[in-house]
Design a binder for this molecule. Sequence first.
Ligand SMILES: Cc1ncc(C[n+]2csc(CCOP(=O)(O)OP(=O)(O)O)c2C)c(N)n1
Ligand SMILES: [Mg+2]
Length: 623
Amino acid sequence: MRTIRLTMAQALVRAMAAQKTVVETEDGRASTLPFFGGVWAIFGHGNVAGMGEALYGIRDSLPTFRAHNEQAMAHAAIAYTKALRRRRVMACTSSIGPGALNMVTAAAVAHVNRLPLLLLPGDVFATRRPDPVLQQIEDWQDGTVSANDAFRPVSRYFDRITRAEQIIPAFARAMQVLTDPVECGPVTLGLCQDVQTEAYDFPVSFFDEKIWVPRRPRPDASELASAVSLLREAKRPFIVCGGGTLYAQAEGDLAAFALTHGIPVGETQAGKSALATGHPMNMGAIGVTGTGAANAMAAEADVVLAVGTRLQDFTTGSWALFQGEGRRIIGLNTQPFDAGKHQAQPLVADARAGLGELGAALGPWRADSVWTMRAEREKSTWYETAAAYTDAPAESGNALPSDAQVVGAVQRQAQPSDVVLCAAGGLPGELHKLWQAGAPGGYHMEYGFSCMGYEIAGGLGVKMAQPEREVFVMIGDGSYLMLNSEIATSVMIARKLILVILDNRGFGCINRLQHATGGAGFNNLLQDSRHEVMPEVDFALHARSLGAVTEKVSDLAALSQALVRARASDRTYAVVIDTDPLISTDAGGHWWDVAVPEVSTRSEVQSARADYVAALTRQFVGN
Ligand SMILES: Cc1ncc(C[n+]2csc(CCOP(=O)(O)OP(=O)(O)O)c2C)c(N)n1
Ligand SMILES: [Mg+2]
């Protein structure tokens, strides 16, 4: 056996560089590209000598990027793979202890969203000679525990490398997980600091080029037959389009399927943009932040074909949305765990393969034309309703613009290839209902974990994946203040973002939720929070200090003009606008289960509790 003597870290990065993937381009052609788009790194004693030296040696074929915060760099890596439909992946390496633990939340973001991510935190010395090394957690009951054990529940595969040659099977397992549509999610390999630097005679075959062709599992014949007979008997079929549709690049297949069979479609936060806004069967957003059109049809559906969705509570209205008598669900998903949720008829398959075979078996069968025509009417009614929010003139009574008016202003100058990105706050609801995506991937919402602080770093990841698209990051003051440091990285590596910062001086959406559950305004808006001095954060000045071009605008007209300058800029550009924290779009939407206290001295809470108890009667458990 031919071997080559390398350190474990050198072997790992060399093997990473040898992995290739087949990517389908927009025009249907296939091209072979490196599977790993690069490595994010923040060095400390736990990785600078081992991984640092190895990455330096390979920097021309496997680029390293320096970030400012480990959570943020992992967010960028997550957004990168989401934009590229899980076909390409980035890795993140940190030191041990705090640097590693900063990535745990991001690991959970990837885990919830079923997105591949390779995390390479440093780990304590395998020899244990210097114990406790700086930043080592000491567990006096279990000698095998280190800080990195915190990754276990949020990793799809976890390993700790305590001997150099262990990287061979561990990396093979990591690649299986990262490339598998069913298992894929975060992989954490804790790299013991000393082991990173230890040499081994690695077989040269470990570094052979490996081309990963995305796997498309086809449906089982009997599951397919059951799903077909359910659909054929359906009077009022409905489709939920989840993120799996985009991951499977099945948006064209879904568009054709819905049109051929006359079935209305509601898009989840992750599935939005799969269908063109103008597709006659695209009812827009579904669920708690859904459109009136999608929710009206979903409420009456008798068969719900759930494509590539986890069916989280925002999609199902906490299981109170689908009220159709005897309604059945067909779970078309690569993951049996998702496919069988809520007593669904599972149809375990890749979305494209599954839709293709379902369509072939259904032939010319169409839903009742009364149902299909009703969907078209609901859709046009909704768009009239929505326009009243997005296109409301500036002088509509509210002194400061609403989020919906800002969404409208951004929308009016958007181009089809643009990407709008967001994660938390009031904006995800507004955007889900109101944004009209121009092309697949043009709507990038992290709403599996809805992690404040995903936005700016996520925008950077999308821009690295798709530099030709303009990326609009829409972000509240709360999320901005939580994590904004990668503005500096976006300037440094010239990956331009347009930030639209909506300053309503607090956690507006949680304040509204607090009031809706009978609570007093408390600890959400800055004015309702304990303070000696009222903060007057100058977001424009702050973003400017990180290298962005910035401006604060006073109204919607000025916002529109600023967005033109932002598009023309070749540097990250931030536009700040003050908004009203109390207004949100009340049309559309659906009840959501947020538990209200059973006992309170506040009459508002008592009355909210009574409403809550009444609403629970519409909820289904387990079906
Ligand atoms: C990391 C994290 N912490 C807390 C929350 C809960 N949370 C959701 S939205 C929100 C407020 C967001 O404030 P801002 O970004 O200003 O948006 P706004 O609600 O004002 O629209 C909070 C605290 C969260 N989603 N993520
Ligand atoms: Mg806010």
